[in-house]
Write a protein that binds this ligand. Sequence first.
Ligand code: UD1
Length: 420
Amino acid sequence: MDKLVVNKSGPLTGEVIISGAKNSVLKLMAASIMANETCVIENVPNLQDVRVMADILRALGMSVEWVESNVIEITPAEQLEIEPPYDLVQLMRASIVTMGPLIAKAGHARLAQPGGCAIGERKIDLHLKGFAALGADVKQTHGYVEGISNGLVGTTIYLDFPSVGATENIMMAATLAEGTTIIENAAKEPELVDLANFINKLGGNVKGAGTDTIRIKGVKSLGGTRHAVLPDRIEAGTFMVAAAITGGDVMIKNVMPNHLKAMTAKLIESGAEVEVFDDAVHVKATTPLKAVDIKTLPFPGFPTDMQAQFMALNAVAEGTSTITETIFENRFMHATEFALMGANIKVEGHSAIVQGCSELEGANVKATDLRAGAALVIAALVADGPTTIHNIYHIDRGYDRFEEKLMKLGVSIERIVGKY
Ligand code: UD1
């Protein structure tokens, strides 16, 4: 398996252009299952997860072509298959979002049941309750989850928790249902709003995305459209922390600053300077950073996908901080890896107490999930290196040309292509 060798960097300087959001493009691709005409998606990040989703759509009978380096064209299937292959589904948990569109369009979906993962149990009960409420017959047998319907019917669904995936899956299924569906206590993440905009451009009728009540008026069929993916707020946040931790000066372009408010506030609290423009943020740090307490929450709260990166920042900041994870049960695996680099972190249940130290040491560490991998790269930037990061397939799943972008900012980073 490939690994990254990262050397200690001076201050990061220059500019970086943020790619399209992983957590949006995958859902737009899934929604294309329902389209009767061609969909063109622009600003597509070059990611392993996108290639996996493209293969899933192809296995369902659709065609997915890269027409430019970051533009894909998706053509409907003549005959839609209803079962994405196990080998692809088990590579990416987000493949569960094909279930709503398949039930809506083909009246039937069958997927390998997603298991837990390193960061938590990752249940899908809310997705399934939603499909059942819309009238689908939902079964879980032999390690598969299946939904069958002769025609979904709109209803009111209250989510026990504002799950991003469940809100998106139910929103997509309801798009072709008869009548109106109301999702209450819906997730409000910006990627979900991008999905609603995409569905509406296809001819759907979704209102209220981005608030906790979403109304979907079912339509008979959807056409095609052209749509650009919104910028990746987590990639942006990752570069913001990388700039701050190295005492750098970086202009981060192609972002929606409104989506970065929680991270921006925490960086300012830590002593970094953040200047906000219409579609860019400028991050600069000239004084040592101070530790900041973090509590992850659904949007607009602090994103769980930025928790590990801020743990890296707190590990070398002045003072002690508490990081509380409320979204996933087990998202502190990276604390053990940071400890190998000399960080002083004590995990107690859902909280991690981080005592800042003056310098980290380079070590052999492994990415335990996608964001943990990025956080280790950030920590390596300020470690007395080199640091070798293993299992970087996690990083490749979700960061578009990460090394290339870091190198342009002055980082010495090398990929070692490995057999094992
Ligand atoms: C999405 C994002 C992920 C992000 C997360 C939270 C994608 C591809 N992934 O994941 O990067 O970290 O949102 O912002 O968009 N839950 C249940 N039952 C369900 C569904 C979820 O109990 O039916 C629980 C999960 O186990 C988890 C919590 O709800 O503890 C949050 O999950 P959810 O919001 O659904 O996250 P994902 O959509 O999987």
